[in-house]
Design a protein around this ligand. Structure first.
Ligand SMILES: NC(=O)c1ccc[n+]([C@@H]2O[C@H](COP(=O)([O-])OP(=O)(O)OC[C@H]3O[C@@H](n4cnc5c(N)ncnc54)[C@H](O)[C@@H]3O)[C@@H](O)[C@H]2O)c1
Length: 257
């Protein structure tokens, strides 16, 4: 069965897309350039509004920025309801909201572990469940969650065990969404980047750190946020209806080095 027709006017919700140097911001910008209406959900309401306004100015599409903590189920419900009321049908959800944790396994605490899981896993669960309700009704949806090469390699870039484990958990969640909701024209996939220079890496990467990280990367450099955005844009696009339950590596070949 083919997907329901991809509507000309459609919305992508992106969580964690307000940060100026982030992968989410680059993805929101690219999707808007492709004609998507864009909703940005992130912690800081002013930053969300600013990002939404800037993208609308640049691409002339409807946008909305809503301040929300993805771990707050009632707030997520209100935020998604606002998007559903003000923007075209939500066809895509990209879960980028996440936090890092460079703590060694033997130093990790239950509180630290739970802090990371709460945002990276429970937050993604809350947002997915809320947004998927409408996608099921409309018989069309594209979900992408940001996993990480850290899930496969047990760290090795910046973050360590709590983060790696949380990003591995997302692969299981995405596959269960793909399995249970594929019958409604919904696809769900993970994108697993290697190192990209964003705020989540504990501050801007200087040239020395970039060069250090590039060792072992087959193409000899760390990744660019626009490269990750391009992959996400494909996965939420109208041509990707037969791609589901997959995890896309985008790491310059680091996964085999
Ligand atoms: N940068 C990398 O090297 C890299 C590699 C692999 C995976 N990722 C993943 O990509 C995603 C985007 O990260 P990024 O690199 O653009 O970093 P980023 O720090 O720019 O983006 C993360 C965003 O999540 C938001 N956020 C954090 N907690 C939140 C909460 N409780 N509710 C709502 N929003 C919240 C932050 O405000 C921020 O805007 C993350 O899930 C990250 O784990 C990044």
């Amino acid at each position: 069965m083919a997907d329901a027709a991809f509507p000309l006017e459609r919305t992508a919700i992106l969580t964690g897309a307000a940060s100026e140097r982030g992968i989410g911001r680059a993805t929101a910008d690219l999707l808007a350039s492709l004609g998507w209406a864009v909703a940005i959900l992130d912690l800081d309401a002013a930053a969300c509004a600013e990002a939404a306004a800037e993208i609308a100015r640049r691409h002339g599409v409807p946008t909305l920025g809503v301040g929300v903590d993805v771990t707050d189920q009632a707030a997520v419900d209100r935020a998604v309801a606002k998007v559903e009321a003000e923007l075209p049908a939500v066809v895509a959800l990209v879960n980028l909201a996440g936090i890092s944790s460079p703590t060694d396994f033997m130093e990790e605490t239950v509180a630290g572990w739970e802090r990371v899981f709460k945002v990276n896993v429970t937050g993604a669960f809350i947002v997915c469940q809320r947004v998927l309700a409408g996608m099921v009704e409309r018989r069309l949806g594209r979900v992408v969650c940001l996993s990480s090469i850290s899930a496969q390699r047990g760290g090795g870039t910046y973050s360590k065990s709590a983060y790696s484990s949380s990003k591995a958990a997302l692969i299981g969640m995405v596959r269960s969404i793909a399995r249970e909701l594929g019958q409604y024209g919904i696809t769900a996939n993970c994108v697993a980047p290697g190192a990209v220079d964003t705020d989540i890496m504990g501050g801007t990467l200087d040239d020395e750190r970039k060069a250090q990280m590039a060792q072992g990367i087959l193409v000899g450099r760390i990744g660019d946020r626009d490269e990750v955005a391009a992959l996400i844009a494909f996965l939420v696009g109208d041509k990707a209806g037969y791609v589901t339950a997959a995890t896309y590596d985008i790491n310059g070949g680091l996964q085999i080095s």
